[in-house]
Design a protein around this ligand. Structure first.
Ligand SMILES: Nc1nc2c(ncn2[C@@H]2O[C@H](COP(=O)(O)OP(=O)(O)OP(=O)(O)O)[C@@H](O)[C@H]2O)c(=O)[nH]1
Ligand SMILES: [Mg+2]
Length: 309
């Protein structure tokens, strides 16, 4: 094993604003090492950062738009840390190649810090590390933390609980509107961006999204706007919309969101169930047991196991 630098001096350098120390601490946290000791050492930020997630399907333009947002945020005189959270992609040298290409990396600008994170140890682990890494960024003094996340996975749901403003990116003509609705993301988004607005069909998607919101009554109402990283249109407006949201860590909450999480958890528990539940499922599968009967029985098991705890 590589000899590791002692934590004490590294924390000291972090507190003096040394970016190399910041980078090293991020690596330590991402590997899950002594998170508590590190966080105790960096302390709590005097001013909380505005933590924003950009979420959307692969290829919707999250990295490109993040690049544009970085420029806008810097124009407004604020500093920004970007964390690209990608549970799937292989990591090379601590950076996802694709993201490096599309985001401006500007070593000369101390106001920008870009880092890609992968999920060693699963998505739940990623979310836990991201929470700690956000705290590192805040303690270092960044005014804005942008998270790029891929969307509807369970790990992402956990990440959403860590942000103040959730931005959902959709694009014209891919038919993913339904997917987002199913994932409950449209409901929890603070800002919905119809991205690649230079392509045909953006207005139609925007109208659909707005019509969908007509049915819900969340406060404050989500913002829907069109933007294009390619032309730069809408980027300023997007940042204004993000900056105008109240700082609310954990973001918009709805009862539906909670029930959706419960459904996910139950599905996971039962899909790995052994014994009684698995037997029951097999009987249902074989047609020996009706659906109502099977559900009632599962419900009974659930209540019994929770009473036993
Ligand atoms: N027409 C158009 N294409 C865009 C725009 N922004 C990005 N693209 C293209 O969309 C593709 C994906 O862009 P990325 O920024 O990598 O998208 P991403 O969501 O970060 O992708 P992943 O990180 O792989 O999930 C690239 O080929 C971009 O050139 C835009 O505003 N208009
Ligand atoms: Mg990307």
């Amino acid at each position: 094993m590589r000899p590791t630098e002692p934590l004490g001096p590294m924390l000291e350098r972090f507190r003096r604003g040394d970016r190399l120390a910041l980078s090293r601490l991020v690596s330590l946290v991402a590997r899950g090492e002594s998170i508590e000791a590190i966080l105790a050492g960096v302390g709590v930020a005097a001013t909380p950062a505005r933590v924003v997630s950009l979420t959307g399907a692969g290829g919707v333009g999250k990295s490109s738009l993040t690049g544009k947002l970085i420029e806008e945020i810097r124009r407004q005189g604020q500093t920004v840390a970007v964390l690209a959270c990608d549970p799937e992609s292989p990591v090379s040298g601590g950076a996802l190649l694709g993201d490096r290409f599309r985001m401006p990396s500007r070593p000369e600008d101390d106001g920008v810090f870009i880092r890609s994170l992968a999920a060693a140890g699963g998505q739940g682990a990623l979310a836990r590390h991201v929470e700690a890494i956000i705290r590192l960024m805040e303690a270092f003094g960044f005014g804005v933390v942008l998270l790029e996340t891929v969307g509807a996975g369970q790990g992402d749901t956990a990440v959403h609980g860590l942000v103040d403003v959730l931005v959902l990116l959709l694009q014209p003509e891919t038919g993913d509107d339904l997917q987002w609705e199913k994932a409950g993301l449209l409901e929890v988004a603070d800002v919905v961006v119809i991205h690649k607005a230079d392509l045909p069909g953006a207005e139609r998607v925007e109208a659909q999204v707005i019509a969908g919101f007509g049915l819900s009554h969340t406060e404050p109402a989500p913002v829907v706007l069109r933007a294009s990283a390619r032309s730069g249109a809408g980027v300023k407006e997007l940042w204004q919309a993000i900056a105008a949201r109240p700082l609310q860590r954990g973001g918009r909450r709805t009862a539906d969101e909670l029930f959706r999480l419960l459904r996910e958890r139950l599905a996971a528990r039962f899909s790995s169930a052994r014994g009684e539940a698995a037997l029951l499922a097999a009987e249902w599968d074989a047609g020996e047991l009706g659906t109502e009967e099977a559900l009632a029985e599962l419900e009974r098991m659930l209540v019994e196991t929770s009473l036993k705890r």
